[in-house]
Design a protein around this ligand. Structure first.
Ligand code: GAP
Length: 444
């Protein structure tokens, strides 16, 4: 994990928020490579979950909502973790994550057994709306994106003119004042979620839970996270939330242990019923065929963007021993991202930077590809070093413009370039006119 954290910082994937002021615990910034990776992930989720389906529409809700939303959803009363204080070193700790010594909970910071009794600590960030800081102005930064979907269910149902089963999807920020943010971005205080609320008839809920579990597992395969790194954890009924009739956690084998990436939960009609009761507004669905009126049930696949980005990086990280141009063995660090997730799709290299023809041709290729994909032009240093730099960034393809390209070795290969594949390091020569189509096919 240390190697991954250091690579993330060194190459500009992820760094501490507010670092020059000592950072802010549980908050992270994504640099140039990280933001591309994250965007590719969110865009692909949106494509799979919304654009490629007839039965799902999207929305983008506000982060601040009426406080009553959080009262009705149960978050104000119960969205908490058990917290204890260490009387010795004053650390604040999550009671359910403590090591034990002789059957007693122990402080992981100083080793003391002198801890307070657990008490509930609400994870929502409280804030005030408007100029007065009194109780009437209190609300919270949303701790999940889902509630915006539930409270807009009726309006979206009407404008989208959908029939059950149908879903509403959303990607956006969520905030939780975690007691112990840890494991890099895994448990953060500010993070992003990708959530779908899929509304259905009560009798279809259990079947759709299985359907969405399969769909979500296929999604992870399609972004390059192989099934061997994933675990499916069926939550035992006694551990499920009281309103859930079935929940699966999709877990990933991180270097720090197997941990949750996504929850797929059958939440029954709990959320809509709560909001219907509290708001006094009907959230029922009218079935034209059977003339029945009822509150729909919901199946919710809820994934974390930051956790999936971290899983993508962990799954992609690899070290190999390879010979350099002089035959000396060196370690090659490669991020073997699936091409559709890779932040940069193609590196473009003129063999020499002081040859005007090579540089001009390489820059022309940049112009051809740039409207269609993220490319990176690099003319400095030995070609081997330039390949290594892109290997570390996870760039799947490298295009080199050499003397054959510009016709200086005869007409046979004029107008062709070499395309190097990151993982096999094999090179093939192809005409420049075929380059765009070849790369677009591979990164789709
Ligand atoms: N609407 C349901 C819901 O929010 P959750 O299991 O609390 O369920 C869903 O959160 C996903 O959000 C998690 O599987 C995880 O990927 C992500 N997530 C939750 N808390 C997080 C945190 N503190 N830091 C990063 N990601 C988090």
């Amino acid at each position: 994990m240390e190697k991954i954290v250091s690579l993330c910082k060194r190459r500009g994937f992820i760094m501490q928020s507010s670092e020059i002021y000592g950072g802010l615990n549980g908050c992270w910034d994504y640099g140039p490579l990280g933001v591309e990776l994250k965007r590719n992930l969110k865009d692909f989720w949106w494509r799979r979950m919304v654009r490629e389906r007839d039965d799902v529409v999207g929305m983008d809700g506000s982060i601040l909502m009426n406080r009553q939303v959080w009262v009705a959803s149960g978050h104000e009363a119960t969205f908490s973790d058990p917290m204890v204080d260490c009387r010795n070193c004053k650390s604040r700790l999550r009671a359910d994550q403590l090591p034990e010594k002789d059957g007693k909970r122990q402080c992981p910071v100083c080793g003391s057994l002198d801890l307070t009794e657990p008490r509930a600590f609400n994870l929502m960030f409280k804030t005030y709306v408007g100029a007065t800081e009194d109780e009437s102005a209190v609300t919270y930064l949303r701790p999940e994106t889902a509630q915006a979907i539930f409270v807009q269910f009726k309006s979206i149902l009407e404008v989208a003119r959908k029939r059950l089963p149908f879903g509403i999807a959303q990607v956006g920020k969520a905030f939780r004042n975690e007691i112990n943010p840890r494991n890099f971005t895994f448990r953060s205080r500010e993070f992003e979620q990708m959530e779908l609320e899929y509304f259905c008839r009560p009798e279809c809920g259990l079947e759709l839970l299985e359907y969405w579990l399969k769909e979500r597992l296929k999604f992870y395969e399609d972004i390059g996270i192989c099934s061997e790194l994933l675990h499916i954890h069926k939550i035992p009924p006694e551990e499920c939330a009281h309103y859930s009739k079935g929940t699966y956690d999709i877990e990933f084998a991180f270097p720090f242990g197997v941990q949750e990436l996504e929850g797929v939960a059958y939440r029954t009609d709990y959320d809509l019923t709560q909001h219907q009761k509290a708001s006094g507004k009907s959230l029922e669905y009218f079935d034209e065929e059977t003339k029945q009126r009822f509150v729909p049930h919901v199946v919710e696949p809820s994934a974390g963007v930051d956790r999936t980005v971290l899983a993508l990086i962990c799954a992609a990280y690899s070290e190999e021993m390879v010979a350099d141009e002089k035959g000396k063995l060196e370690t090659r660090i490669v991020l073997k991202f699936h091409p559709r997730m890779a932040p940069i799709k193609c590196g473009i290299f003129p063999l020499l930077k002081n040859n005007e023809k090579l540089v001009r041709q390489a820059r022309e290729i940049v112009q051809i590809l740039r409207p269609h994909m993220m490319v990176f032009y690099d003319e400095s240093g030995a070609i081997g070093r330039r390949y290594r730099r892109q290997d570390e960034a996870g760039t799947p393809f490298g295009v080199t413009v050499d003397f054959d390209t510009i016709g200086e070795n005869g007409p046979t290969n004029e107008g062709t370039v070499t395309v190097r594949e990151r993982d096999s390091m094999k090179q093939q020569r192809i005409p420049i006119v075929e380059l765009k189509a070849l790369l677009l096919e591979r990164i789709d």
